[in-house]
Design a protein around this ligand. Sequence first.
Ligand code: DX5
Ligand code: ZN
Length: 217
Amino acid sequence: MKISASILATQLTSLSSHVPNFKQDSIDLIHLDVMDGNFVPQISFGEALCKEVKAMTKIPMDVHLMVEKPENHVAKYYELDPYCITFHLEKTDFPIRLAQEIKKSGTKVGVSINPGTTAQSLEPLLPYIDLALIMTVEPGFYGQKFVQNGLEKIRKVKELIGSYPIEIQVDGGVNETNIAELAKAGADICVVGAGLFKSGNPNDNGTMLKRLANSKH
Ligand code: DX5
Ligand code: ZN
């Protein structure tokens, strides 16, 4: 199980005192929740802050674009040389073209689905993507509760993916109470915000979550 740390759940004005201390054996990726105030109610940050975060660490960036018309924004994130750029299926009419464009830049492509979007809607995208991000909260805020159909959705997506080389990423409400079940259902990467930063040390929390995730395999 890989852990992707959602920095949205930290104090953004103190990133420079957190991010350089992240250890790669506890935190595999840095999850950047870009929010535009249209698709989701909140405006979080954009490419300028992402560039600063990148400069603070060797851990790869994991870009989650919660924006309308992602096709107008993806190119701004290529220079981060991220692990992956993920856009929402609900927000573009041309997901296959967008996936191909991102791929052409040499970056892995992720597609995200909200809790209200069916697993099945990913099917036409499977030949074009590297990662499927299953939202297990309605996007917009950290610290929300894991939705009821989350586990079932992960199992369905896992089945749908079959032998395609696609990682399953789960985002929203992941913590020590559910990560083992998520791993068992098929999650390869868990995004964690409050579960890493609410209390204690994020590196220790990351190590503990990984241990729990691997315990049921
Ligand atoms: C929600 C974001 C998530 C969120 C995760 O819209 O996409 O990445 O910050 O935070 P937790 O783990 O606290 O739900
Ligand atoms: Zn996210």
